[in-house]
Design a protein around this ligand. Structure first.
Ligand SMILES: [Fe+2]
Ligand SMILES: [Fe+2]
Length: 195
């Protein structure tokens, strides 16, 4: 891979190739609708990442929040695929793309963010009733609330708490017209998460 690297202020070598790939993906595909919601993929990603940053999350989890739906930017299925009964498996697609670029602190919360919705539906009274309609539709395709056994297995995953935090930011990140910092402001977190 042709990598662009230079020295950061701290003296560490920073690889900008991945950061540039992320910027290009959002520039080329970020305008698409976010799965039946009234915000775009880029707006949704920025709102989730902004919530992660305000919560004091580290750079890896902020990067995960920004990139949790990167799988939606990597396929050519229609935005309303769930309405047509199609689960795009975007968490797996995104996880595989991230595997080559980031460590487990980024990839695993992303890979688990759909499972975290199924988990919260099982363990938290009232969570389901707060879900948006598109999220309810996709929940059915994704397997519905977890069984007791699935809950136990999920809680055994070392990344499950981060995945649950990410899921809550994800659920909130659908506010029409909300102002956020621009994508470029998150580049330092991406660079820190890569290196
Ligand atoms: Fe998602
Ligand atoms: Fe999302």
């Amino acid at each position: 891979m042709n990598r662009a690297a230079n020295e950061s202020e701290s003296g560490n070598t920073v690889d900008h190739t991945v950061v540039n790939e992320v910027l290009r993906l959002f520039r080329e595909h970020g305008d698409s609708e976010y799965g039946g919601e009234a915000v775009t993929q880029l707006e949704h990603a920025l709102q989730a990442a902004t919530r992660a940053e305000k919560s004091g999350a580290d750079s890896s989890l902020i990067a995960a929040a920004l990139l949790h739906d990167v799988g939606h930017l990597l396929h050519n299925l229609p935005d309303d695929a769930p309405d047509q009964g199609v689960d795009d498996r975007h968490e797996e697609l995104g996880g595989r793309w991230l595997d080559h670029r980031f460590g487990a602190a980024v990839t695993e919360p992303v890979r688990l963010h759909v499972a975290a919705k199924r988990y919260l539906c099982a363990v938290e009274p009232g969570y389901f009733s707060e879900l948006s309609q598109p999220s309810v539709i996709s929940l059915e395709l994704q397997g519905g609330p977890m069984s007791d056994e699935e809950v136990r297995m999920f809680e055994a995953n070392p990344h499950y708490r981060e995945a649950v935090s990410l899921r809550r930011w994800d659920d909130e990140a659908k506010v029409v017209g909300e102002q956020t910092p621009p994508l470029e402001d998150f580049c330092p977190h991406l660079a820190a998460a890569v290196s």
